[in-house]
Design a protein around this ligand. Structure first.
Ligand SMILES: C[S@@+](CC[C@H](N)C(=O)[O-])C[C@H]1O[C@@H](n2cnc3c(N)ncnc32)[C@H](O)[C@@H]1O
Length: 410
């Protein structure tokens, strides 16, 4: 076995490594997927604007890149996604992060496969949406923009994002601010236990400060201890919009009740529905569907790669976490609501295996067509009917598994 201090491997060395070959065989993954990975385009999303169309924004990006790289650069729309959503593709050779439009928050990079999880969720205006593993937040930001773009006017959902990783939540907050995403709250929460219904929890904001200062005092700021997080989570950030208004309403009711000496209910009467219309479980996974992630892990050496990607004990821990996430996500879903389960792994255990487990434990769960409103998405059906697998060969994107699960009323 290669030692941690041996030189990093490249794609072809990885593919010819015996242990990785066995991993691909065992999981029925075609190595061609990884070979083709290096050729997939870079995807760019334009942020909705009232002053510039996506084509105008991308025209400015093109000019900037052409000036910098001193050559003609093609930036094309993505044929199977309606233009109104503002997705474009260009070669991986060109870096967009130095462009003014990127710095000013007019564009950002997101692989189309990731965006497809949001297309599958298909959020509608005024729905309550939960993104259970939200950080660093590319899908979270797109969920709000999707609703505006889908309806051709400013529309939104009440959006709750939870994640257990504090530093990733910080990144998420930065993204929400940079892209001026409204009506969205972030909670530090363990998605396997999170049980907070839709109403706001603003008062918790004070508690998180105490909790964090205790962690910082211990010198263990990065190691959030899940057992210490209440099942309702800690409010980490709220962008302007609906939650502030809901909170004000809650305060108003509380004050009225105080005056009348009525005990304030924890949940504000029946004014707000208690479960979510849509839940996204974009689960923690072994990231083996993305060659970029694999090569990043390989930078740590073969031992690290073995522990993180190939080791069966680690795999079992991940699938156990995924089952706990998907089952909690499902229990937070309204009857007739829709949950999307996605991972960027290509293994059966982390995808069909987890979905099968859910189906066998919840008789209300049914897997439905993955893309309600898009008819031309290039994907392969997974081993369960209606599940979708995107990959570099079939869709010219990174790898992603998607299952769209409805909570049927029995
Ligand atoms: C695939 S990433 C999510 C990517 C994110 N949806 C996006 O589009 O940017 C998986 C996330 O799950 C989070 N996670 C892992 N265990 C968790 C748990 N028990 N509860 C909530 N989040 C968890 C990780 O911190 C990580 O941010």
């Amino acid at each position: 076995m290669q030692k941690a201090d041996e030189p990093h491997l490249n794609v072809s060395q990885l593919l010819s490594h015996d242990d990785f070959k066995k991993f691909c065989e065992k999981n029925d993954i075609s190595p061609l997927i990884y070979e083709k990975s290096v050729e997939i385009p870079r995807f760019v999303r334009t942020i909705p604007s009232t002053t510039e169309t996506p084509t105008q924004v991308i025209g400015i990006v093109k000019k900037e890149l052409e000036d910098r790289y001193k050559q003609d650069i093609s930036i094309d729309s993505v044929s199977w996604i309606p233009e109104k959503f503002g997705f474009f593709q260009l070669s991986q050779d060109f870096n967009i992060s130095q462009c003014e439009s990127y710095k000013n928050g007019k564009i950002y990079g997101i692989d189309i496969s990731s965006a497809m999880a949001v297309f599958s969720l298909n959020p509608k205006p005024n729905e309550h949406v939960l993104d259970l593993c939200c950080a660093p937040g590319a899908k979270l930001c797109f969920i709000q923009d999707y609703v505006t773009l889908d309806n051709n006017k400013a529309q939104s959902v009440s959006l709750t994002g939870t994640d257990i990783n504090l530093s990733r939540l910080h990144t998420c907050k930065t993204l929400l601010k940079k892209y001026k995403t409204l009506n969205t709250r972030l909670l530090l929460a363990d998605g396997t236990k999170y049980n907070c219904s839709v109403p706001p929890l603003r008062k918790e904001g004070r508690k998180i400060k105490k909790f964090l200062s205790r962690l910082y005092a211990d010198g263990s700021d990065k190691n959030v201890l899940p057992d210490e997080i209440p099942d309702s989570g800690f409010v980490f950030y709220e962008s302007p919009g609906v939650f502030t208004e809901m909170f004000r309403e809650e305060q108003r009711i509380e004050n009225t009740n105080k005056r009348r000496k009525i005990e304030t209910p924890v949940v504000v009467g029946n004014s707000y529905p208690q479960l979510y219309d849509k839940v996204l479980v974009d689960a923690e996974c072994s990231t083996d569907g993305s060659i970029k992630h694999l090569l990043k892990v390989l930078q740590g050496g073969w031992e690290v790669f073995n522990d993180r990607i190939l080791d069966q004990t680690r795999m079992n821990t991940i699938t156990d976490l995924q089952k706990r996430l998907i089952s909690n996500g499902f229990s937070l879903l309204k009857p007739d609501g829709v949950m999307v389960y996605s991972t960027c792994s290509l293994t059966r255990d982390q995808n069909e295996g987890v979905v099968e487990w859910l189906l066998s434990n919840y008789k209300e769960a049914v897997v439905v067509e993955p893309f309600e409103d898009l008819k031309q998405v290039p994907y392969r059906e997974g081993k369960i009917k209606n599940t979708a697998r995107l990959d570099p060969i079939v869709s010219n994107t990174s790898g992603l598994f998607i299952a769209r699960i409805k909570r049927q009323i029995l």
